[in-house]
Design a protein around this ligand. Structure first.
Ligand code: MRU
Length: 356
């Protein structure tokens, strides 16, 4: 993808201090790098989806808490922690579905709480947030390796939304698998579903793949079933915002593709890092974000739905794990619910490494 100052979707600028990010509301028309100088500015960027995608939200949460720590002007460690907790809670509320956001926030806040001195806590916060960002990249590369083994030498892949470099710190999950397969010399072409209503597929996935010179064709979401019926799709790969023992939650429309893929006997894969797994919830506990009416009811300055007609706009949907051929992770391919123990094992190993 296009190089910016750091080559990443989101990063921390220690000098300012502030959080730099690629503004995803402008792509594909304009490539713009923007800064958030306060946790509130960061929250605004997350709400309008200038920063979006579960792993990128994890990194944003981590850097957001680090920024809150650097901005906090407190004399005692207790008032310092109080201030940061308020900012952390405010950031957490911006998008309730992607568990990675809470993962990043909790990692850095948990690290800060181990310190007794404000200055040391600030240093520790930034170091921990950097670790979250670094690990995100490593996880994506690992997902790419696991996934590449599943990709035939010549194939056509359907994807939904954007689970690419823009949705992570870099490389991507679903698109990371495609990138790794192409880097291994495979001939891959992609159908990108436009992803109503905010068009992450048409705007972002198509832009990323074009930058990489990977053949991509955009279709509307409702065309996918017909392409499957006509044997134009070899496999489906999507990302995830939260994976529990019973469901994978991802961008609205994912479930529809899973149903169609199952009907047509097409492998349906989800690519996601460990930070997307939620060990403590199941489907009934998950809040599905509902977004503004205008995302559906307005288009290019015109109204597209009569003013007195209601609109329902859930941003994500759950797909039962039994409908998924495999979950591609940095620690291998999982089949749920059977492999859930491997997830819990990996989470406790990661916790131990972080604690030490
Ligand atoms: O609303 P968005 O654009 O944040 O939704 C993003 C998705 O649903 C992605 O598929 C998911 O976060 C995985 S990104 C690697």
């Amino acid at each position: 993808m296009k190089e910016d100052r750091s080559g990443y979707t989101i990063w921390f600028d220690r000098g300012t201090p502030g959080i730099g990010y690629i503004d995803q509301t402008c792509i594909p028309g304009t490539y713009r790098v923007t800064m958030a100088y306060t946790p509130h500015e960061l929250a605004g960027a997350i709400q309008v989806l200038a920063i979006r995608g579960a792993p990128a939200l994890g990194v944003a949460g981590a850097y957001g808490v680090a920024l809150a720590a650097l901005c906090a002007d407190a004399e005692s460690i207790d008032s310092f922690l109080d201030t940061i907790k308020k900012d952390a809670d405010m950031l957490r509320r911006t998008r309730p579905t992607a568990v990675n956001l809470s993962y990043g926030i909790d990692r850095v806040f948990g690290r800060i709480r181990q310190e007794k001195d404000v200055h040391l806590a600030k240093e520790a916060a930034l170091a921990e947030a950097d670790a979250v960002a670094r690990e995100d990249e490593q996880m994506c590369r690992g997902i790419g390796e696991t996934g590449n083994a599943l990709i035939p030498n010549r194939c056509t892949i359907l994807t939904h939304c954007n689970a690419g470099a823009l949705a992570c710190s870099t490389w991507g999950t679903a698109l990371g698998v495609i990138r790794s397969a192409v880097a291994a010399g495979k001939e891959v072409s992609v159908y990108a579903c436009e992803t109503r209503p905010l068009l992450q597929g048409a705007r972002l996935t198509a832009w990323e793949l074009k930058e990489e010179k990977i053949p991509v064709t955009v279709i509307t979401d409702s065309m996918a079933a017909m392409l499957m019926r006509k044997s134009m799709i070899d496999l489906v790969i999507v990302g995830a915002d939260r994976i529990t023992r019973d469901v994978v939650v991802n961008k609205i429309g994912t479930y529809m593709h899973a149903v169609c893929a199952k009907y047509h006997g097409i492998p349906f894969y989800v690519a996601a890092p460990l930070s997307t797994f939620d060990l403590t919830s199941s489907e009934i506990d998950i809040t599905i974000e509902e977004r503004d009416r205008d995302e559906i009811a307005r288009w290019g300055g015109h109204i597209t739905v009569p003013p007195d007609v209601s609109v329902y706009n859930p941003a994500f949907d759950p797909t039962p794990v039994q409908m998924i051929t495999g979950i591609i992770t940095e620690f291998g391919l999982l089949r749920l619910p059977d492999d859930w123990d491997r997830v819990t094992e990996q989470v406790s190993m990661a916790d131990r490494i972080i604690r030490d």
